[in-house]
Design a protein around this ligand. Structure first.
Ligand SMILES: CC(C)(COP(=O)(O)OP(=O)(O)OC[C@H]1O[C@@H](n2cnc3c(N)ncnc32)[C@H](O)[C@@H]1OP(=O)(O)O)[C@@H](O)C(=O)NCCC(=O)NCCS
Length: 198
């Protein structure tokens, strides 16, 4: 592979920090701003991957559609946004690790899955949450697919393997300053290079 041509087996998720002057936005203006910024992150991911993404089509349920063979996924929170592209279905999720209702542990994973994970603290919860959200976005199912999305393997370090339907998904995580955690996955085996911009 020539040094100047991006490797198609590498994902380049991009995470951007929302400028402080914009973190006070609220309501529709905030969502519109964050959506736009997350699209910039996905376009940047496309540039790093040797692709072009300048349109963001969706189906009538709001699920992202591939644009000229480029699959894309976004996540946006008030302080950070994330975007990623791939030639195959791809999903990304970004969450702030924060206190949650204890019932959420049971809602997002079974007892068997928690035994695989080992730890049951907030870091573990958001590792599972972001992994499942990333997979559910890659499948296009959103939360409707949660009951069929299961953790199969947990690798010490950063990797998880999840099964959704009959497909297995490798998920990689990244922890980001400010208490954020991100997860990314794409169909097939991919290396991941995170691009986190302040
Ligand atoms: C809609 C959903 C896909 C993600 O929602 P979210 O985490 O609140 O929001 P994020 O910012 O991470 O992602 C939003 C983006 O997801 C994308 N998206 C929406 N529906 C999608 C679907 N069915 N498949 C893939 N991507 C989808 C959109 O691009 C959207 O951004 P846009 O509206 O600017 O285009 C869905 O999983 C959801 O409602 N989650 C709620 C959170 C929750 O309870 N999670 C439980 C833990 S597993």
């Amino acid at each position: 592979m020539p040094a100047d041509r991006p490797d198609p087996g590498v994902l380049h998720p991009v995470i951007l920090s929302v400028p402080e002057s914009r973190t006070a936005l609220s309501g529709r203006r905030q969502v519109e701003y964050l959506s736009r910024m997350a699209r910039q992150a996905a376009s940047r991911s496309a540039g790093l991957s040797g692709m072009v993404l300048d349109q963001f089509p969706k189906d009538d349920r709001g699920t992202p559609l591939a644009c000229r063979g480029v699959c894309w996924s976004l996540s946006h929170k008030p302080q950070k946004v994330a975007g990623v592209v791939a030639r195959s279905p791809v999903g990304i999720d970004l969450e702030k690790v924060r206190p949650v209702h204890p019932g959420l542990f049971r809602r997002i994973a079974s007892e068997k899955e928690w035994r695989l994970v080992g730890a049951r603290d907030l870091t573990a919860l958001f590792m599972v949450w972001t992994a499942k959200e990333a997979v559910l976005k890659a499948t296009g199912r959103g939360l409707a697919g949660l009951s069929r999305c299961r953790i199969k393997e947990v690798h010490s370090g950063r990797g998880l393997i999840l099964e959704a339907g009959r497909t297995c998904w490798n998920v990689e995580h990244c922890t980001i300053g400010g208490g954020f955690m991100a997860a990314v996955t794409a169909a097939g085996k991919n290396a991941v290079i995170w691009h986190v911009e302040r």
